[in-house]
Design a protein around this ligand. Structure first.
Ligand code: ZN
Ligand code: CO
Length: 336
């Protein structure tokens, strides 16, 4: 999974411009699915299997897009002003390298006359593309960029931009591969949705859920974690197992799904934690509101420094999340 994740994380895919990531995923999953299509918003959707009598139609989702920036203005000295696409961490972007979809590279700088002790707002930041006039600037208004960072491994921990949510994407791709290689006969009709535009409000997942009409939605995404010096108080830590979503800012996970996941973890001796995320949400909130409503839940990968150029996860958590999903999808689930 690591080399796939490296490829995925290093490919740019800001909201609405998921083309490159989507092509990569499509190529990877093609041998393992029964049907695959791309919808009007650019979601990549794949079906595997047909529902048995005791099975459900389950939508599994991980988002393809990543936070990015969009140029709003180029000044006369060739500096680009921008606004964020998604919740970019302002504390982490000074000196960050960004890469535009046309390949141009830049560095984020801050204006100097800032209020000391306060984080600058995006209007007080700029991208330096090495140009000295507007005419020299290799990008223009409306061009998009993402952070430019290679994935590195730090003692079993993976650090990269866009682990949110390429970690989830890599996991779902690997899940498809394992279901096929292990010849798992799931009673469920599985829809794998690699969703578009999550970072600007889960727009892809909303229309995907409408098309699929799932009985159940299961989202794989990152969650925050405690355990860093004076960090947030959260009972989720890196390396202690996947986090089963109980609630986040916009979603109450269906209690039946929570208990299925917990008992699957226990039966298979897999480590797990319970996720109560006070700030932040996932595609689950859009899926639950499709049509007449969908019970949802999530398996989340504990992470640090989310929405910065160096997001960090533990490779063992990713592997255990895969095993947990494999375990839960083997068994019949009864929503009645
Ligand atoms: Zn995410
Ligand atoms: Co995110």
């Amino acid at each position: 999974m690591k080399s796939l994740l490296k490829k995925l994380a290093e490919t740019p895919g800001p909201p609405g411009y998921e083309t490159g990531v989507r092509a990569l995923i499509k190529e990877e999953i093609q041998p393992f699915v029964d049907e695959v299509w791309i919808d009007n918003l650019g979601n990549l959707i794949a079906r595997k299997g047909r529902r048995a009598e005791d099975g459900l139609r389950i939508m599994l989702a991980a988002h393809m897009d990543e936070i990015g920036l969009i140029v709003t203005h180029i000044d006369q000295h060739g500096f680009a002003r921008f606004s964020p696409l998604g919740g970019i961490s302002r504390a982490s972007v000074r000196g960050a390298r960004v890469r535009f979809l046309n390949g141009a590279l830049g560095v984020i700088g801050f204006e100097h006359d800032l209020d000391p002790g306060r984080l600058p707002v995006f209007e007080q930041m700029f991208i330096d593309l090495g140009a000295s006039s507007r005419a020299e600037c290799p990008v223009g208004v409306g061009d998009l960029a993402v952070f430019d960072r290679a994935l590195v491994e730090v003692r079993g921990r993976l650090v990269a931009k866009a682990l949110d949510d390429r970690a989830g994407v890599a996991l779902l791709v690997e899940l498809l591969r394992q279901l096929t290689l292990q010849d798992v006969h799931s009673p469920h009709e599985l829809y794998f949705v690699f969703s578009a535009q999550e970072e600007i409000g889960s727009r892809g997942a909303a229309v995907a859920a409408y098309q699929i009409e799932p009985d159940l939605g299961l989202v794989v995404d990152l969650t925050a974690s405690g355990g860093t010096p004076k960090g947030i108080k959260m009972a989720v830590e890196l390396g202690r197992g996947p986090a089963i979503k109980v609630r986040d800012q916009l979603t109450i996970a269906d209690p039946r799904l929570v208990s299925w996941l917990v008992s699957a973890a226990r039966q298979n001796n897999l480590p797990y934690q319970l996720e109560i995320l006070e700030k932040g949400s996932t595609d689950a909130h859009a899926i639950q509101l499709a049509r007449s409503g969908v019970p949802v839940g999530g398996v989340s990968i504990p992470a640090r420094y989310v929405h910065s150029p160096s997001e960090m996860i533990d490779a063992a958590d990713l592997q255990n999340a895969l095993l947990l999903l494999l375990a839960v999808l083997r068994q019949p689930l009864d929503l009645a």
